[in-house]
Design a binder for this molecule. Sequence first.
Ligand SMILES: Cc1cc2nc3c(=O)[nH]c(=O)nc-3n(C[C@H](O)[C@H](O)[C@H](O)COP(=O)(O)OP(=O)(O)OC[C@H]3O[C@@H](n4cnc5c(N)ncnc54)[C@H](O)[C@@H]3O)c2cc1C
Length: 430
Amino acid sequence: MLVDVVRTQGGQAMPASLYALEDSQTPSYSLPGDLSVDVAIVGAGYTGLSTALDLARRGVDVVVLEARDVGWGASGRNGGQINPGLKFGPDIVARDLGPDAVAFSQGAVDRVFEIVSDHAIDCDIRRGGTLRAAIDSADIASIEALAREAQRHGIEMHLLCARDMASATGTDRYAAGLLDPAGGQLNPLKFVRGLAGAATELGARIFTNTPVSAASREGGRWLLRTPRGQVSAKSVLFATNGYTDGLVPGLRRSLLPVFSSIVASRPLPHHLAERILREGQSLFEIGTVTTYYRVDARRRLIFGGRGRMRDASGPGAFPSIAAYAERLWPDLRAVGWEFGWNGRVALTADQYPHLHRIEDSALACVGFNGRGVAMATAIGRELARLLIDDPSHRPILPVTPIRPIALQPFWPLGVGPALAWARLRATFLR
Ligand SMILES: Cc1cc2nc3c(=O)[nH]c(=O)nc-3n(C[C@H](O)[C@H](O)[C@H](O)COP(=O)(O)OP(=O)(O)OC[C@H]3O[C@@H](n4cnc5c(N)ncnc54)[C@H](O)[C@@H]3O)c2cc1C
């Protein structure tokens, strides 16, 4: 299927997500020619723009170079769930990355709310909590263990029984749940465009339609080559996550760029909106294949999961995801699906985001494992300090070498069978 595109004012192509069709007013800026700056950032998603925002706030001369458009990557088309924490519970995160990383990843949601409020970003942000949903007994055991861990770490979470879950979700699918009241939701494209606007107001320059085709070191500076000129910079951040190409040797092979897909319904009628997550919660299911959903500010059900492992779009492009939603709420069939789109999340072998130092004056920060709304936004302030060489600053993530994943080029072959099995399990077993 051909990917539908939305033409924006600047002539850039955005994926045909609900967000892009509702808000197609992004300006585009072209690199005027060769430039010399303090810091250059490759990639205009949450990671690149939150870093640019903090650098600009400190008066650093920073440019962001984006191959397509602001938010064209995952940041402008994700599920909009602002979920606290990392993939693992606080005990494992504390063991692997240290206690500061637990506090940082839990507080990442607050950082999103802070940026939105400081810069008056209009992005339908709402704090309704993050709800983890358990389907079978193994999942119940895992959320009960997480609840105990959270309590030991002083993190507020509430266990919900099957009846509470049915009342919160309007389906009897779930055996239990765990509510983290810190979580929230937002419109991801409005947020990333708001970040770009805030960074620009503080002096950052953003150049779209500017793919960086080569990065090299010359005379102690970085030289980034683009079709419209070269950018010379003291330091560089590669913030390309699931859209990482061959720019940094080995980086693409250290990530699995797995697709996540979303279908969006027509606005729900009142009787359904009153049943499904009426308090604005963002929900994700625990399991091999994550299903996630929320109801947005216009009462659309934004329902995501794993679909095709290639670019696709349109309301009929992800029939298995839509069918699962209709199984949860049969009344949805009468409502209908209006949008469908997908995008790449970057998985890492250890399921943590990775921070790499490249020839000591460049960084790469990638691998948000489908958790970047909060983490990639919050990490910007960290990355900014590292890029301007604050010697007192100890990074929140360990700086690790780039390690290619074995057989990475064959990843779609592995994902296919795993996905098929998980779908069977989700459809026929309880
Ligand atoms: C369908 C979907 C649903 C998701 N749902 C959620 C969710 O609900 N909650 C959550 O927390 N996370 C979610 N995520 C993950 C989240 O969106 C990402 O973790 C986050 O957006 C990563 O931000 P980023 O800035 O690091 O990368 P991206 O936003 O992907 O930006 C990378 C940018 O780099 C640019 N680029 C790449 N190479 C070059 C180059 N050579 N030159 C110039 N530019 C280049 C790309 O064009 C792209 O715009 C989801 C992701 C997807 C795809």
